[in-house]
Design a binder for this molecule. Structure first.
Ligand SMILES: *[C@@H]1O[C@H](CO)[C@@H](O)[C@H](O)[C@H]1NC(C)=O
Ligand SMILES: *[C@@H]1O[C@H](CO)[C@@H](O)[C@H](O)[C@H]1NC(C)=O
Ligand SMILES: *[C@@H]1O[C@H](CO)[C@@H](O)[C@H](O)[C@H]1NC(C)=O
Ligand SMILES: *[C@@H]1O[C@H](CO)[C@@H](O)[C@H](O)[C@H]1NC(C)=O
Ligand SMILES: *[C@@H]1O[C@H](CO)[C@@H](O)[C@H](O)[C@H]1NC(C)=O
Ligand SMILES: *[C@@H]1O[C@H](CO)[C@@H](O)[C@H](O)[C@H]1NC(C)=O
Ligand SMILES: *[C@@H]1O[C@H](CO)[C@@H](O)[C@H](O)[C@H]1NC(C)=O
Length: 374
């Protein structure tokens, strides 16, 4: 079972679109207001949507609350909200029609007042059958409210999206797939955090394998489960991590996947909860004599120096996954999150030049493919 380290963070995201053709292809990333990448630098070439983290549900009033947020007026006339909440506030809010309405109304008011184009719910995770049922009710009522508001305001409907578990089944609880599909514009499938040294200390793992011949947990099995649950592929947006995890190898000479390990390697500079973000990885690889490798069976990159071993998604993994997402007829991809990237390496995929595909080629490819579906 994959367990996300995001569990304790609840993200309520306000979404920014740069594209008029917003539903044709989604290339999005989560983005924090205090990011090192200011909005003015992001631009529509890399992303069609930004999911601006994060607002929260007030556990007492059940209103969306951005009081802790910084707001910005960058070159786009947008303001960004962020905040933190816990899952129990969401569970309580969703359990009662009256508090759902309070939340929904406040989310629309805030979304509109900050000029966002949509709202993204990141509940990690609904953990009872009742939570799952209530999530379906929430989506239905949210959509009804958004439709009504759009009619009254004469503005386009706010987009409604949600970040979901990699699989349509979380700890044997099924997501309300039908209510989700009927009422959301798309889902952001978190196809990552499958293996991390904190809970899989003894063997190195591919943290976000696309395929896995040794385990049922993989991006592909997750996407398949959503499709088997009746979810439309073209409402699926595939998640990509801009980070890896570092293990301490038992034996420096045994350094593949599933190599014996002694838990997390905490010596890697910049490790955050043993996550190694792409920008630190680049430095690690550049400053140490590091061997890098790509495993095409799992679709995962890894690198090592001595007993330090890091599994992550480099350009080749990202490229393969984006190609996979296209092949499945999905709507696009998102990443967690822009700020972890190094000098736009993964955002731009400019190292694809190595594979004789330029950055613009690949996005033209992706856009063409996705556009041709509609
Ligand atoms: C938002 O949170 C702040 C600080 O926790 C609190 O003072 C305020 O009353 C909350 N606002 C709403 C509308 O719940
Ligand atoms: C639902 O919430 C409202 C407002 O907080 C409260 O008055 C009501 O008793 C709640 N209903 C149930 C069934 O908990
Ligand atoms: C890792 O190995 C230790 C020592 O052999 C063992 O006690 C532990 O249960 C193992 N952990 C997992 C998750 O397999
Ligand atoms: C180089 O690797 C060592 C461990 O092998 C680590 O302690 C050090 O932080 C690495 N250097 C960088 C720049 O990441
Ligand atoms: C790891 O990197 C350090 C620093 O560049 C280097 O001295 C060392 O030889 C490397 N270790 C291995 C096993 O390549
Ligand atoms: C970032 O990329 C640009 C252009 O691709 C390059 O000129 C610059 O040196 C890079 N910056 C760093 C810190 O690597
Ligand atoms: C990329 O192009 C070069 C020169 O045209 C060629 O030698 C090389 O094999 C190509 N690489 C790939 C991966 O197709």
């Amino acid at each position: 079972m994959a367990i996300s380290l995001f569990t304790s963070i609840l993200l309520f995201l306000l979404q920014v679109c740069f594209s008029d053709d917003e539903k044709k292809v989604v290339k999005s990333s989560y983005w924090f207001f205090d990011s090192a990448y200011p909005l003015s630098n992001i631009g529509s070439t890399f992303y069609t949507h930004l999911l601006c983290a994060q607002a929260f549900v007030d556990p007492n009033t059940f209103q969306l609350n951005i009081s802790n947020s910084k707001t910005a007026q960058p070159s786009y006339d947008l303001s960004i909200a962020r905040g933190i909440a816990d899952d129990s506030a969401l569970s309580s809010m969703a359990s009662n029609a009256s508090t759902r309405k309070t939340f929904i109304d406040s989310s629309i008011t805030i979304g509109r007042s900050y000029n966002f184009h949509g709202l993204d719910l990141d509940w990690e995770f609904p953990s009872t059958t009742t939570d799952m049922t209530n999530l379906g009710l929430l989506f239905k009522e949210w959509r009804e409210a958004v439709e009504k508001e759009s009619k009254n305001s004469n503005k386009p409907q706010l987009l409604l999206t949600a970040a979901v578990y990699y699989s349509s089944v979380f700890c044997s609880l099924s997501y309300p797939a039908e209510a989700t599909e009927n009422n959301l514009d798309w889902i952001n499938v978190m196809a990552f955090d499958f293996g991390a040294p904190t809970w899989k200390p003894n063997l190195t793992e591919a943290p976000a394998a696309l395929y896995n011949q040794f385990s049922e947990v993989s991006g592909d099995s997750g996407i398949s489960s959503w499709i088997q649950a009746g979810f439309l592929a073209r409402k699926i947006v595939f998640g990509l991590p801009y980070y890896g995890y570092a293990w301490k190898l038992k034996d420096a000479n045994n350094h593949g996947f599933l190599a014996p390990a002694n838990g997390p390697d905490i010596t890697v500079d910049g490790a955050l909860e043993f996550r190694v973000v792409t920008k630190k990885l680049v430095q690690f690889i550049a400053q140490n004599i590091t061997i890098t490798a790509f495993n095409s069976m799992l679709v995962s990159d890894y690198c090592y120096n001595g007993t330090t071993w890091i599994g992550y998604d480099d350009v080749q993994s990202i490229y393969t996954k984006v190609t996979y997402a296209k092949g499945k007829g999905s709507l696009g991809y998102f990443s967690w999150q822009i700020d972890l990237d190094y000098n736009w390496t993964l955002s731009k995929l400019n190292r694809l030049k190595l594979m004789n595909l330029s950055f613009s080629n690949i996005f033209v490819l992706v856009s063409r493919f996705l556009n041709s579906l509609l």
